[in-house]
Design a protein around this ligand. Structure first.
Ligand code: ADP
Length: 488
């Protein structure tokens, strides 16, 4: 597969610019990483991980069960009691720093594997996922010996063993968000990646080995939701850090109620990008495109709703459609590709279900023309106009490249509409006026609000939601606090 099939508006044909895979040496089979060793799953079972762009198998992944999770939690407890909680912050920081450096050294390999396993464009894994993952480790390495300064007079203490469960949209980055602060605070970890994208987390386990991290400080168990549930329900876990769907978040919250397990849950979103008539419209259109089509819309903070002030609606819509026609959907390994493969068949089915639903709800659909590859999981960038606030495509998370547009007249109407979903993860405001930014952002019920930009991440900046988007924050000092308890 080398052709990019959708790219109609462009007057030139971009020659394929494929990232090489010659440096990638995937093993045929990946075992569990428990107590510093690669361990066969006690069931003897493995499952396939596939490339969603070609549907070809990449490797076999160990399918953990209750017994393996128990072994992993015990290994993490032992490492916590005997080694990690006894090390000084300065020593812990050195290990975390080393992990960051090795991620940088192996960046090209990690980026290609992330793209092969997850379907995201190589431009994103190379420029966003991998550098940000390294930055998270660098950032938290710096805090490891400064916890007393971060939380003065509060006597911070580690929690113990953290159970961490990550989703498939940013596999390595989500593992970094979880592992780096946990280790900096002196906790040990049992992490389960999502079943469709385990590979870079397993490479991260290799990196922990390479960095000489003491055995059992980081353990990786692979498998589906049942393995995640075993982690959540294990008595030896002190804290759960979960990123994923709101549905599973609710199951987890129920499971841990009545226990003294701490939790941070980062769940779904339905972010609104609000464009005022005084906004720099070309930049706004780029931001909107980036906000929803970036990573195929597989982003919990994706700008999946657009609220445009009525006076500029026609011009924004025209610019948006023009820009959508020049987007390249195709081979994720091609550096020209804007929209890669949908992560799995089941996610593609979900997205197509919502597209059908949007039409049934009476909304008007726009998609660029052109044919998609037959093999692999693909979705055209999709726009819905003429939607109502109560439509399911406006209220529910689709997790795909699907944008619903509404209009507004006044600031109050924009804020009411933006806040009117069960979610509250992120939002965007586009205007030339600084005072309007402060006015609007202070009234939006969202954990992250971007002004005149979208989808920008930084390790120093906390990330998390309101309402059904979860609770707790990752990143920044807030991210440290979530892995500590305090005497004062
Ligand atoms: P998505 O719908 O985006 O795939 P999920 O919430 O289903 O998101 O998955 C996110 C992560 O949670 C994955 O690692 C998945 O295996 C895990 N998971 C799924 N169900 C459960 C559960 N009941 N308990 C714990 N983890 C789960």
């Amino acid at each position: 597969m080398s052709e990019n099939k959708i790219n109609l508006k462009s007057n030139w044909d971009l020659a394929p610019s494929l990232e090489s895979t010659s440096h990638i040496n995937l093993k045929k089979k990946y075992d569990l990483f428990i107590g510093g060793k690669w361990v066969k799953p006690s069931s003897g079972k493995y499952f396939d991980t596939n490339n969603p762009a070609t549907e070809e198998k990449l490797a076999s992944i160990a399918n953990a069960n209750k017994k393996d999770v128990d072994m992993a939690v015990k290994a993490a407890r032992k490492a916590y009691d005997t080694t990690w909680s006894k090390l000084s912050g300065k020593e812990r920081g050195k290990y975390i720093f080393r992990i960051a450096r090795i991620i940088q050294e192996r960046a090209k390999e990690l980026a290609v594997v992330e793209t092969l396993d997850g379907g995201k464009p190589i431009r994103e894994s190379r420029d966003i996922d991998i550098p940000l993952a390294a930055n998270h480790f660098f950032y938290y390495a710096g805090w490891a010996d400064k916890l007393e300064y971060a939380f003065p007079n509060r006597n911070p203490k580690s929690l113990g063993v953290a159970g961490q469960i990550t989703p498939w949209n940013f596999p390595l980055l989500m593992a970094a968000w979880k592992i780096a602060p946990a280790l900096a605070c002196g906790n040990t970890v049992v992490l389960k990646p999502a079943e469709t994208t385990s590979l870079t987390t397993l490479l991260l386990a290799e990196i922990c080995e390479q960095a000489g991290l003491p055995a059992g400080v980081v353990n990786v168990v692979t498998g589906a939701g049942d393995v995640g549930a075993e982690i959540v329900n294990h008595d030896g876990i002190d804290k759960i850090a979960f990123t994923g769907s709101t549905g599973v978040g609710k199951i987890i919250q129920k499971a841990i109620s009545g226990t003294d397990k701490k939790a941070t849950l980062e769940l779904g979103g339905k972010a609104a990008n609000i464009v005022f008539e005084d906004a720099p419209l070309d930049q706004a259109v780029e931001g909107i495109i980036n906000g929803i089509f970036f990573n195929q819309g597989h982003v919990c903070c994706a700008g999946s709703r657009l609220l445009v002030q009525e006076s500029v609606y026609d011009v924004v819509l025209r610019k948006l459609k023009d820009r959508m026609e020049s987007l390249i959907v195709g081979n994720p390994l091609d550096k020209n590709t804007d929209i890669g493969a949908i992560n799995s068949k089941s996610q593609l089915d979900t997205i197509n279900h919502y597209i059908k639903l949007g039409k049934e709800e009476g909304a008007e659909i726009y998609q660029p023309e052109g044919k998609l590859e037959k093999k692999g999981y693909w979705c055209k960038p999709t726009l819905f106009t003429g939607v109502a606030q109560s439509n399911r495509i406006v209220q529910e998370e689709i997790f795909g490249p699907v944008l619903a547009i509404q209009t507004f007249r006044t600031i109050e109407e924009a804020i009411t509409k933006a806040n009117n979903t069960p979610y509250g993860l992120s939002a965007g405001v586009w205007t030339d006026k600084g005072s309007k930014i402060f006015n609007v952002t202070s009234q939006l019920r969202a954990g992250i609000v971007w002004a005149n930009t979208f989808n920008k991440f930084d390790p120093t900046s906390p990330f998390g939601g309101y309402k059904e988007s979860g609770f707790g924050r990752e990143g920044g000092l807030h991210g440290l606090e979530a892995y500590l308890e305090f005497e004062n």
